[in-house]
Write a protein that binds this ligand. Structure first.
Ligand code: NAD
Ligand code: MLT
Length: 542
């Protein structure tokens, strides 16, 4: 039964959905405020986790976890989750990108308006029994210029609201074309530097990245108007808080409003208490509506993943809906089995894997099929779980090149998946296809065409295409009480080199294998273990 841990406070509607998921075999526990060893230990007992920004899912707390399959962030920013570590462990990380957009855009406006009209200090003065109407002269938003850095969901929602306030809106986003920016009623600028001297208000709505870190610092402050008001409801660290405090104290800027801080929780800051400063404790998404939406959406993502394997809003792999997964299950199974086969056949250190798709499969999501091959190829090599989330990363980490080629026209089969692995000693190629919906078949091994079952215990033996070989192998296995369930042979040309693939009901003893290998005309004999027919890897069941 899949188990889910709720790591931060989640809205009741989300919890209700988790309770209802019991009918789908899911049980959950709420365990908030965990850290360190307690968090690490707790995570090993669950298949899925859901959190907000409070809990810190570092590489340390995830290390060695063989059970956790998915982490869902009820919110946008996944900076509290070590995604590299999660990916390496095969844990899919998903978020709920749109649920809190409007609330955060509204909070940005609340900050702009409150800052412009001195709402917080005016109320403070009132409760101190003062009536200081002249002290709190404000500024109106209409006709002012607002600069927006980051024109994603929240940036665009802020722009829309700014137009309603009759503001002129400038925008900068390197991933939005100037034409699209203009279509949104925003005047594009070429760089943030160009924007700085022009704006009365500047608001940022980007993630914290190397480029956006300290975007407003001592140097850029020099380019701003002295009356400018700066707002950050995105991520702490985009503004250099010390530089802002110096600029406010020196009256070099008009005001600063922060909802997010370099280090959170933040209860001490050089900015706190300075005139023209307004701060809130990361409240952008703290509305009933946003929290309900992100919790409901987040629980939905987790339950879907745990029950059907569907992946939506993943931040560390490509999406995979239940329908696509169902439509690809057969191909993923074939690719996984080819990976397992080649990993056992190869000698030497793998350097390159080339996946070639021909026919109908070439128009499907071959990236996933390639990931399934990589998962099979590495499955026996690692102590940790390998799946379609982490296989490619693990392969590339080991310096193994992964190449994908596609060809839409049909060959001998309507779809064929062919994989070639090159090591420092040799190379092998295996091609597979699907008979019906769920019958994987091996149709080529190196240069030999054949038609063998891709399941269970196989004996792969290479030999000379001369009379008597098959009979000898049959006799040896008969003497050792090993039943041959299926048999397929392929040859390059009559009398030339050939390959035989037998499906066996028992695993041959080393002695039986030695006898087969030593038979005249047989060059090599090797046992390959594949999952039984119909058995899918854990990550493909659903
Ligand atoms: P989004 O992904 O829709 O938009 C981010 C935009 O930033 C993208 O359009 C991207 O192209 C742009 N961008 C990236 N690098 C840039 C750069 N160097 N210069 C300019 N633009 C750049 O995200 P969103 O949902 O709009 O969220 C924006 C930010 O707000 C995120 O950091 C998110 O974590 C944060 N957030 C905060 C709260 C809160 O409670 N305060 C709530 C929700 C979201
Ligand atoms: C987010 O990234 O979604 C926000 O920071 C909101 C939050 O989690 O409170």
């Amino acid at each position: 039964m899949p188990r889910v841990i709720v790591l931060d406070t989640l809205s009741q509607d989300g919890l209700n959905l988790l309770t209802a998921a019991a009918s789908q075999g899911i049980e959950y526990e709420v365990r908030t405020g965990l850290k360190g060893d307690a968090l690490r230990d707790a995570l090993t007992q669950f298949d899925g986790a859901i959190c907000r920004s409070g809990v810190k899912l570092t590489a340390d707390v995830l290390a060695g976890n063989h059970r956790l399959k998915a982490i869902v962030r009820a919110g946008v920013g996944t900076d509290n989750i070590d995604k590299v570590a999660a990916t390496r462990l095969g844990i899919v990380v998903m978020n709920t990108p749109a649920g809190n957009t409007l609330s955060t855009a509204e909070h940005t406006f609340a900050m702009m308006l409150a800052l412009s009209r001195h709402v917080a200090p005016a109320y403070q003065s009132l409760i101190e029994h003062k009536w200081e109407r002249n002290k709190f002269m404000g500024a109106q938003l209409a006709d002012k210029t607002l600069g927006i850095v980051g024109l994603g969901r929240i940036g665009q929602a802020v722009a829309k609201r700014a137009k309603a306030f009759e503001m002129k809106v400038l925008g900068y986003d390197p991933f939005l074309t100037p034409d699209k920016t203009r279509e949104l009623g925003i005047e594009p600028v070429e760089s943030i530097r160009d924007m700085l001297p022009l704006v009365d208000y500047l608001t940022v709505h980007t993630p914290l990245t190397e480029e956006t870190k300290n975007l407003i610092d001592r140097e850029s402050i020099q380019l701003l108007k002295p009356s400018v008001r700066l707002i950050n409801c995105a991520r702490g660290g985009i503004f250099d808080e010390t530089a802002l405090a110096e600029a406010i104290a020196a009256r070099r800027i008009g005001g600063v409003a922060l909802d997010v801080f370099h280090v959170e929780p933040c209860t001490e800051s050089p900015l706190f208490g300075l005139p023209g400063v307004l701060c809130t404790p990361h409240l952008g998404a703290s509305t009933e509506e946003a929290q309900t939406q992100v919790a409901v959406e987040g629980v939905g993502l987790l339950v879907d993943y745990l029950t059907t394997g569907a992946i939506r809003h993943a931040v560390n792999m490509s999406p995979l809906d239940a329908k696509t997964l169902a439509g690809l299950r057969g191909e993923l199974d074939v690719a996984h089995r080819l990976g397992l086969l080649l990993s056992q056949l190869e000698r030497g250190v793998a350097k390159t894997c080339v996946l070639h798709y021909r026919g109908e499969v070439a128009s499907k999501n071959t990236k996933l099929v390639t990931a399934a091959f990589a998962a099979g190829f590495l499955e026996n090599a690692f102590d940790e779980d390998v799946n379609i989330v982490n296989a490619e990363v693990l392969l590339r980490e080991r310096g193994i090149e992964l190449v994908e080629q596609r060809r839409g026209d049909m060959g001998a089969f309507s779809s064929i998946i062919s994989a070639e692995v090159v090591t420092d000693k040799e190379s092998h190629r295996a091609a597979g296809t699907l008979f019906g919906n769920n019958m994987p078949r091996l149709v080529q091994l190196d240069e030999h065409r054949l038609e063998a079952y891709l399941d269970g215990t196989l004996l792969v033996f290479t030999h000379q295409d001369v009379p008597g070989i098959i009979g000898r192998v049959g006799t040896i296995f008969g003497q050792h009480k090993i039943n041959i369930a299926q048999m397929s042979v392929g040859r390059a040309e009559p009398g030339g080199s050939a390959v035989g693939v037998l499906n066996l009901d028992q695993v041959p003893s080393p002695e039986a294998l030695r006898e087969v290998g030593a038979s005249p005309g047989i060059h090599s004999a090797q046992v390959i273990q594949l999952p039984p027919a119909g058995q899918l890897p854990g990550w493909l069941q659903g």
